[in-house]
Ligand binder design. Sequence first.
Ligand code: NDP
Length: 316
Amino acid sequence: MSEKAEHVKCLIIGSGPAGYTAAVYASRAGLEPVLYTGPEPGGQLMITTDVENYPGYPDGIMGPQMMEDFRKQAERFGTQVRMEMITKVDFTGPVHKVYTESGQEILADTVIISTGASAKWLGLESEQRLARNGGGVSACAVCDGFFYRGKEVAVVGGGDTAAEEAIYLSKLCPKVHMLVRRDELRASKIMQERVLNNENIVMHWNTSTVEVLGENEVEGVRVINNVTKEESTIPLSGFFVAIGHKPNTDIFKGWINMDETGYIQTKPDTAKTNIEGVFASGDAQDNVYRQAVTAAGTGCMAALDAERYLTDKGII
Ligand code: NDP
């Protein structure tokens, strides 16, 4: 623990579109923000290829490039970007205490939470073991699909993420097994059509995973039909899990109001949380839209709310 705590007017936690947009607005407003990137600098867009739906890029842009541009724009106005994690908070007093991984205490007049969300797993022992050792279980087709070129793979899930992953993999792999636990997809109509009309994608309806097979590398998957209860095995080299996301909000539990799945609750039409001077933006508080552009929008809201709060308190 360092001797003396640093005092900042605005601390931003997270470095996706929400955090960096908050930083651009906060730094231009003179809040001298300090931004902690967290364990995945750049957030989820770092594991994306083409971003085609962010306005202003008629030809699309690569996710990592976009995040580098976001960072440069925030730094241009004086944001201090630190590649470290915040591991603990204490929101008891009017000045908020925040602790870094290395034990440094920071006192912050305002905190903007933009910690995003991470991919969910099925929770099977075999899945976790083969994900940990890089044995062919992944939650990101764009990151790892390349390794399975010309091989058979499976994607678990029936939402837009699973559809996107299956379509991406279908360009690399001759056969993509899509394992859907119900008899319909949750994905949007257009994604459903693309999946169902893709001849490299084989649908397995009412199907759940029992076990991912293979000691050190994926060799197949044992599945069960939820209606007939019949079990069968599909030989595979790669197993991709795409069943949604979990907000990265664990360190705020007990301080900040959240819904039952951990998404932070903000006051209607604001980025305000239940704690004065603490604001939330991006996927950490949004389980509905979850887009880069909406995250950026709420990052802007958080910075404007923080600026007004600091003005009202006479701090700036
Ligand atoms: P969703 O929550 O929409 O879908 C999760 C899917 O995984 C569902 O089909 C669900 O099944 C299934 N699932 C959940 N848990 C399990 C489990 N334990 N075993 C098997 N299957 C499981 O998450 P997404 O990440 O797909 O999408 C989240 C949001 O992001 C959505 O609003 C989506 O529209 C958006 N999005 C948009 C994209 C785009 O516009 N290009 C791309 C990606 C996401 P069930 O249906 O039975 O609950």
